[in-house]
Ligand binder design. Structure first.
Ligand code: HEC
Length: 116
């Protein structure tokens, strides 16, 4: 196979991979109505932990960002309140965009940090 052909085959395998994972994401979004706290933990570790302390008692790398268990412990904190917070442009991070499933996962994780 010529070098050019190899490159275009690779490119189409890559494209198919993206389409397959997008389809998987979409279908999981449809079947799963409630947030998955384990997914939420992975997501927050990946996206939010540059600023927020994610685990219970973990100090926030950005002192202006409250630790998630602090947020969870705020009186009256609810899934609705967190949903609003996550749909509102974020301090220092206006482009924080999560899919509705990701939001549900993150919220399930944060609310799970509430002291029982
Ligand atoms: C670039 C730093 C940064 C990142 C990344 C970040 N945050 Fe924040 N966040 C902040 C700061 C600073 C505050 C406190 C000031 C404020 O509320 O604007 C905050 C406040 C919050 C609040 C309190 C409610 C509110 O809007 O005031 C929630 C909930 C929150 N963040 C969730 C998240 C989640 C979930 C992620 C990841 C998906 C995330 N943040 C990623 C910096 C960040």
């Amino acid at each position: 196979m010529s070098k050019l052909q190899t490159t275009s085959v690779r490119a189409s395998i890559f494209t198919v991979g993206i389409i397959v994972s997008l389809a998987a994401l979409q279908s999981s979004g449809k079947t799963q109505e409630f947030g998955d706290p384990v997914q939420g933990a992975i997501l927050t570790q990946k996206i939010c932990s540059t600023c927020h302390g994610v685990a219970r008692g973990e100090a926030s790398p950005n002192p202006a960002a409250p630790n998630f268990n602090h947020i969870a412990g705020i009186k009256g904190m609810s899934a609705t309140a967190l949903n609003v917070a996550l749909l509102t442009p974020h301090h220092q991070m206006p482009n924080l965009i999560l899919t509705s499933q990701e939001r549900a996962d993150v919220i399930a994780f944060i609310l799970g940090l509430k002291e029982k």
